[in-house]
Write a protein that binds this ligand. Structure first.
Ligand code: FES
Ligand code: FES
Length: 156
C-alpha cells in the first residue's frame, strides 16, 4: 500500500492507493465517500464526474489519481453550502435549473470556469463552450439562463 495525500476542498486526506493509474473518481467516491462527482459513462464522454484540478475542469473518471496528488482538487461540494451557496449555485436555484442533479458537477464546474472567462457569453456561445456535457433531464435551456444570471454578477 502507498500513502498518498489528496487535497480536496482545502483539506488534506491521506489515502492508501496501490495503483497510480486508478481513476481519481474512485479515490473521491470510495475512499473519501464524496457523492458530488458521479460515475456516468466512465469514458470521459458525459462530464458527470467533473472536478476542478488547480482551477481547471477535468473528468475524474479517466484521470489517473497520481496526477492529482499535490494539486488543489475542488468538487461541487467545495463551492458552497446549503446555508451559504456559491453565487453560481444560487443562480441555478433562482432559475430552477436542476432536476435530478446527476450532471451538475459537469455543468456547474465547467460553467463556472467558462462564465468567469466569458461573463457576457450568449446562449450560443455557452452551448458551444459546454459542448460534450450531457444532461439526461434536458434542462439545458434553464441551465443556460442560470449561467447567464451568474455571468451578470461576475465582476459586478
Ligand atoms: S463519468 Fe466521467 S465523463 Fe462520464
Ligand atoms: S438534471 Fe438530471 S441529468 Fe441533468
Amino acid at each position: 500500500m502507498a500513502n498518498q495525500v489528496f487535497k480536496v476542498n482545502g483539506k488534506s486526506h491521506t489515502v492508501n492507493v496501490d495503483d497510480p493509474e486508478m481513476p481519481l473518481l474512485y479515490v473521491l467516491s470510495e475512499d473519501l465517500q464524496m457523492n458530488g462527482p458521479k460515475f456516468g459513462c466512465g469514458l470521459a464522454q458525459c462530464g458527470a464526474c467533473t472536478v476542478l484540478l488547480d482551477g481547471e475542469p477535468v473528468r475524474s473518471c479517466t484521470l489517473p489519481n497520481a496526477i492529482a496528488v499535490g494539486a488543489e482538487i475542488t468538487t461541487i461540494e467545495g463551492l458552497g453550502t446549503a446555508e451559504k451557496p456559491h453565487a453560481i449555485q444560487q443562480a441555478f436555484i433562482d432559475e430552477q435549473a436542476i432536476q435530478c442533479g446527476f450532471c451538475i458537477s459537469g455543468i456547474m464546474l465547467y460553467g463556472k470556469v467558462f462564465m468567469d472567462k466569458n461573463p457576457r457569453a450568449t446562449a450560443d456561445e455557452i452551448t458551444k463552450g459546454l459542448d460534450g456535457l450531457l444532461c439526461r433531464c434536458h434542462t439545458h435551456y434553464r441551465m443556460i439562463k442560470a449561467l447567464q444570471r451568474y455571468g451578470a454578477g461576475v465582476g459586478a
